[in-house]
Design a protein around this ligand. Structure first.
Ligand code: PLP
Length: 375
């Protein structure tokens, strides 16, 4: 199983950081951060203090003040569901707006809270079009709005203009609104870009909630994410539950006490400097990948500062490369842990295909092509 790692190029899980010093506690102790992370509750088998440190570390990175609130979820999908549910609870007439390039979890969250979802077209760089968003918002006058912006879209790593979205809502005098930022993939690496190159997408830019995934850039190696708000949302779940001794303001209820340890080891352990270095290495590898593909004449694209390189989907390949995507377009996401030598081997296979040096038998009907295997 582990031997296949080099072929897994299409999904954004970093694997360069490992945590052997936590093996004993992760495999040998029950740790349940049940309920609200800021309230200890009755139990002692939890890591809520560590969880709060993770929330504060990220809150500072994304421009929240001392009142930051949030928790470690099972994944970014759960974080987005929390934000959409919060919006729908505060404003039962809310309409959810998300770009056509938004992650599928947004549609699921809207469906679960029974809120209508309105799709907004994207521009040539896959960003939510502000003109189209204006048109869509004007179609629902008087209704509360929950706009979900994406920082690092799943397919091409496009970054929506969060400040532009907030400004547009101001122009249209939409006061009853939420602006959730799905920064699952690219939030941390983009926030660590130098001044001038860093897009403004955090709480200072108008976000009202933001989620990042732990198993993507931070390399927690097991699914988790962190949902953040600039302050504790008011809602119906604030009352203390006597059984657990705290409120349950989360979607999950019982939650992993191990994932906050992994997040803390990554985020606090590496610090800004370590993560900035990791991000730069990934961007360098993406630049190498893009150049190498273009050099052999293979159609490829890369948006500025992206780890993601999209490429024309090859036919069957001699080795089981996983390039995701659809019939036309595959992708390579240069996450920390991916080695340049692997990319060089893929490019050599593609070159061989182009020059007719490699012939791969076309699979019989019904056989799944490894490079398009569904995830
Ligand atoms: C933009 C974006 N949002 C959300 C998700 C879902 O994240 P998770 O796997 O943490 O639920 C992904 C996963 O690739 C993503 O790319």
């Amino acid at each position: 199983m582990a031997g296949d790692r080099c072929y897994e190029l299409a999904f954004p899980g970093a694997t360069d950081l490992t945590y052997r010093h936590l093996a004993g506690v992760v495999t040998g102790r029950l740790l349940n951060n049940v309920g609200d992370p800021f309230e200890h509750g009755h139990g002692r088998n939890h890591t809520k203090d560590v969880e709060v440190r993770v929330v504060r570390w990220l809150g500072e990175l994304f421009g929240a003040g001392d009142d930051v609130w949030g928790y470690v979820t099972g994944g970014a999908s759960e974080g987005t569901l929390h934000a959409v549910d919060e919006a729908a609870t505060a404003h039962p007439d809310v309409v959810v707006y998300a770009s056509a390039a938004a992650h599928y979890s947004v549609a699921k969250a809207a469906r679960l809270v029974r809120a209508p979802l309105v799709r907004v077209d994207t521009d040539e760089r896959d960003r939510m079009s502000l003109d189209r968003l204006r048109d869509r918002l004007l179609e629902h006058p008087g209704r509360a709005a929950m706009v979900v912006a994406t920082v690092g879209t799943t397919e091409r790593e496009a970054v929506d203009d969060v400040a532009g979205i907030a400004g547009l809502c101001d122009d249209l005098r939409i006061v009853r609104r939420r602006l959730h930022v799905d920064a699952a993939l690219a939030g941390i690496p983009r926030a660590l870009l130098p001044d001038g190159a860093r897009p403004g997408f955090g709480f200072g830019a108008g976000a009202t909630s933001l989620v990042i995934s732990g198993h993507k850039f931070p390399s927690t190696l097991t699914p988790c994410a962190v949902i953040l708000y600039p302050r504790r949302p008011s809602g119906p779940d604030q009352q203390r539950i006597s059984y657990i001794g705290s409120s349950d303001t989360t979607i999950g209820g019982s939650r992993s006490g191990h994932t906050p340890l992994l997040l803390a080891a990554s985020l606090l352990g590496q610090g800004h400097r370590g993560h900035r270095r990791r991000a730069q290495r990934s961007r360098d590898l993406a630049a190498y990948t893009y150049d190498a593909l273009r050099r052999i004449g293979w159609p490829a694209q890369r948006l500025p500062d992206a780890f993601t390189v999209t490429l024309a989907q090859p036919g069957p390949l001699p080795r089981p490369w996983v390039l995701g995507g659809d019939e036309r377009t595959g992708r390579i996401i240069c996450m920390p842990g991916i080695e340049q030598a692997w990319i060089a081997e893929l490019v050599a296979d593609l070159d061989g295909l182009l020059r007719g040096r490699i012939h791969v038998p076309v699979p019989r009907r019904g056989h799944r092509r490894p490079e398009t295997a569904a995830r």
